[in-house]
Design a protein around this ligand. Structure first.
Ligand code: AMP
Ligand code: MG
Length: 336
């Protein structure tokens, strides 16, 4: 008698990201593959911040095009086992655009709908890409500045911003200084040419950071006539040192053996070198999410959708409300 084992078909998840500037659709498999990842970014008119309704309008216009590009690589959407969407946190109108699209697809295709927390998406895509298993996470992006470690079913927050996020600090500074959006990479380039450190406020309270005073002071230094390169250099040194100090304390406290940096600001080489330095001091492994997956993307939602769906997480369409203020430490994680 011939025994033939039939290989199990991997699960496929279509993930939809829509929390802020980026709208994305991606396809992930339970083998840990990101098969397609198509993203489009809304940019506000020069000198202006994100306008939630205009961003939602942009996402509404481009999402069918983005989905079409994902489907072009497939034989059809029948191969998809579930639809995941970023449920929060984020801007209400933008979240609702992505959620409405996800609900319509789930109903039309008769597939389960899986709610995904956007920040957990940043952590899980970084874990997948780096192989980090139980890290202390430094999540730095437009929407988040958090230091977290996993314990007893939840991500526990060991430090966070008391006001604006690190990405927001960089983007608003860039905007007010007449630099282009997004500001992080532009500031990084200018900072490399900075020679002189200019005194700026360094504010760490307990294990939290506060960036709004730093933003005001850095803009004031520019008005006082200091060169943009020196101000960018000093801004990075102070903002990143504050977080590195808090991360080091959390590392000592949690005794994790890995540090994982994720989110859009993780692409910054100066921040990476600071985290690398404390990691070496503590004899722990430092991981950084690959640049391709550092900023918001459909991939982080599709992959986290796989993990959640495999653990039985799904939501009825009628109850699939978005959660603009959903905190990272409020989400029970059954798969870790
Ligand atoms: P996300 O919210 O995860 O999409 O990340 C977007 C944020 O990452 C924005 O605030 C960008 O300014 C920031 N960012 C992107 N590249 C860099 C970089 N090289 N250095 C610092 N920040 C960056
Ligand atoms: Mg993000």
């Amino acid at each position: 008698m011939i025994h033939q084992s039939i290989p199990e078909k991997p699960l496929m998840c279509l993930g939809i990201e829509s929390t802020a500037h980026t709208v994305g659709v991606a396809l992930a498999s339970s083998k840990g593959e990101i098969l397609t990842n198509v993203n489009a970014v809304y940019t506000a008119p020069m000198g202006q911040g994100i306008h939630p309704r205009e961003a939602a309008q942009h996402h509404c216009e481009v999402i069918p095009i983005v989905l079409r590009r994902v489907i072009d690589n497939l034989d059809g959407l029948d191969a998809v086992d579930c639809i995941a969407f970023s449920t929060g946190p984020g801007l209400g109108p933008v979240l609702r655009t992505g959620a409405t699209f996800a609900r319509a697809l789930a109903l039309w295709l008769e597939k389960p709908l899986v709610p995904v927390h956007h920040a957990i998406g940043h952590i899980e895509i970084a874990s997948l890409m780096t192989g980090a298993e139980d890290p202390l996470v430094l999540l730095v992006s437009g929407g988040h500045t958090s230091i977290a470690a996993f314990g007893d079913g939840f991500w526990r927050v060991y430090g966070e911003t008391e006001d604006i996020t690190l990405g927001n600090l960089l983007d608003v500074f860039a905007r007010e200084a007449g630099l282009s959006f997004p500001g992080g990479a532009v500031i990084e380039d200018l900072a490399k040419k900075g020679q002189n450190y200019i005194e700026l406020p360094y504010v760490v309270k307990g294990n939290d950071v506060s960036y709004s005073g730093l933003l005001t002071a850095a803009l004031k230094r520019l008005k006082e006539g200091h060169g943009i390169e020196d101000v960018c250099f000093s801004l990075q040194e102070v903002a990143f040192s504050m977080l590195t100090e808090a991360t080091e304390r959390a590392l000592a406290h949690t005794e994790r053996k890995e540090v994982l940096v994720t989110g859009g600001v993780a692409a910054n080489e100066r921040l990476q070198s600071m985290i690398d330095s404390i990691s070496r001091d503590h004899g722990v492994e430092a991981y950084v999410v690959p640049k391709e997956y550092s900023g918001d993307s459909g991939a982080q939602i599709a992959w986290t959708g796989i993990l959640a769906f495999q653990s039985g997480v799904q939501v009825d369409v009628e109850k699939s409300f978005v959660k603009p203020k959903w905190r990272l430490d409020q989400v029970r994680i059954p798969w870790r």
